[in-house]
Design a protein around this ligand. Structure first.
Ligand code: RB5
Length: 143
């Protein structure tokens, strides 16, 4: 069964638990890299842990913080990572179809658990379309 690497800071830890349980129940193998408590921590630490594992395993990742913004900024500093901060199923759909996103970012203080679960399901079920979109994604690494 497919593997998903997941991580959060203290602002995203509750949503991380909900998503990990939901995805585990659907049959995914969840690699949870923390944080595991509400104690204040630094989101780039968890962003980079998850991104390194996503690249090593070639599997999708999910990063959650309060807004989703810090996680997406940090993750997109890692070469080979295409992180998409999604607040809708449409974002999730297009981030996969057009951008080949390999990390989904969510904001626990922005997106409710039911909606976040639906966004994650959409993200994980959608394939990259390739074609002209591959050419555009390839341009990321020419910078
Ligand atoms: C933590 O308070 C908060 O700044 C963090 O979770 C995230 O939203 C940063 O972008």
């Amino acid at each position: 069964m497919a593997t998903i690497v997941i991580g959060a800071d203290h602002g995203g830890v509750e949503l991380k638990k909900i998503l990990a349980a939901h995805l585990s129940a659907k049959g995914y193998e969840i690699v949870d890299l923390g944080t595991d408590s509400g104690a204040s921590c630094d989101y780039p630490v968890y962003a980079f842990k998850v991104c390194d594992e996503v690249l090593a395993r070639g599997c999708p990742g999910i990063l959650i913080c309060g807004s989703g913004i810090g996680m997406s900024m940090a993750a997109n500093r890692v070469r080979g990572i295409r992180a998409a901060l999604c607040t809708s199923e449409f974002h999730a759909l297009k981030s996969r179809e057009h951008n080949d996103a390999n990390v989904l970012c969510l904001g626990e203080r922005i997106t409710g658990a039911g909606h976040a679960t639906s966004i994650a399901d959409t993200f994980l079920a959608t394939e990259f379309e390739g074609g002209r979109h591959q050419r555009r994604v390839d341009l990321f690494d020419e910078r």
